[in-house]
Design a protein around this ligand. Structure first.
Ligand code: NAP
Length: 264
């Protein structure tokens, strides 16, 4: 039995995670951490599942009072980092879907995990199809080195480009030399028209209501193009990945960044 606390239980992802955890017989949800409603029961809060479980605002207090093996964090970047540090202090393994962490953040959190020998997983994308898209993109980039990434998300997303787009670019960069793409003398008539630049790859972020999480990776070559696309149509698409991460993190003693590292 894995004891779990979820941070962000009123959010779109958090709600799905509560449903998934309560459905799985090997998981036991013990409490949730919210920004409000300290001392309430989940069942008494609008927007939470009707469960007889405590709501905490102070995560340290939660870990002092509740047995917890794994923290699932689905909040916002600053909160996610803070929550991870508290989890490490209490020997709790974080499984983090919150996006927007910088390379420096990951490095710092990896160092803490290593020093304390506590497993952790940060996964910018829990959708298994999206992980396959990244892996296929890396495979294609060996042979087709001109690449543009277009990611599309709902308009409440805080960070751009998406963690998945950055991770895709990083994975492609592992097999492809940095190169300038497009015309060497191209000039933007409107700032940002060519998107963000990652080692010469361009990343474009679309934000619109109605979207969930979508990504295309476009490859161009002599007389041919290749388009790889993944769509998360709703947030249940992320839950098999969250479940897998909760199971896997129990056997880790370091921080793993990206679900691609645990899906062979
Ligand atoms: P959302 O609907 O805005 O939910 C975020 C929730 O976190 C809100 O309920 C918010 O509370 C809460 N929160 C913010 N700061 C908090 C804090 N300090 N303590 C406790 N709760 C806090 O966002 P979402 O769509 O669920 O996404 C959540 C995160 O997951 C984002 O970073 C998003 O980019 C990421 N995400 C990851 C994946 C993946 O596969 N890894 C997929 C989708 C989204 P309030 O309502 O009070 O503000």
């Amino acid at each position: 039995m894995i004891n779990i606390v979820i941070a962000g239980p009123r959010g779109n992802m958090g709600k799905e995670a509560v449903k998934m955890v309560t459905k799985e017989s090997e998981f036991q949800l013990r409490a949730v951490v919210d920004q409000e409603f300290d001392g309430y029961k989940m069942k008494d809060v609008d927007g939470m599942e009707p469960l007889d479980l405590p709501v905490y605002v102070d995560m340290a207090e939660c870990f002092q009072q509740v047995e917890c093996d794994v923290l699932i964090d689905l909040t916002a970047p600053e909160a996610g980092k803070k929550h991870m540090r508290i989890a490490f202090d209490y020997g709790v393994r974080p499984v983090v879907g919150t996006t927007g962490f910088t390379d420096d953040d990951i490095e710092e959190l990896s160092a803490i995990a290593e020093e304390k020998a506590i497993g952790a997983i940060i996964a910018p994308n829990f959708a298994i199809g999206a992980i396959l898209l990244m892996k296929f993109s890396q495979m294609a980039a060996k042979y087709m080195t001109d690449v543009e990434i277009i990611e599309q998300h709902h308009d409440r997303k805080l960070d751009a480009p998406s963690g998945t787009a950055v991770k895709t670019a990083q994975m492609i960069a592992e097999v492809r030399e940095a190169k300038i793409q497009g015309h060497p003398e191209e000039a933007e008539q409107l700032e940002g028209a060519r998107g963000a630049d990652y080692e010469g790859m361009r990343i474009h972020s679309v934000r619109l209501p109605g979207l969930v999480a979508h990504q295309e990776v476009l490859f161009g070559g002599e007389g041919q193009t290749l388009k790889l696309r993944h769509d998360s149509l709703n947030r249940t698409s992320f839950m098999p990945g969250v479940k897998l991460a909760c199971e896997t993190v129990m056997n880790l003693s370091v921080l793993v960044y990206g679900l691609d590292q645990i899906i062979e």
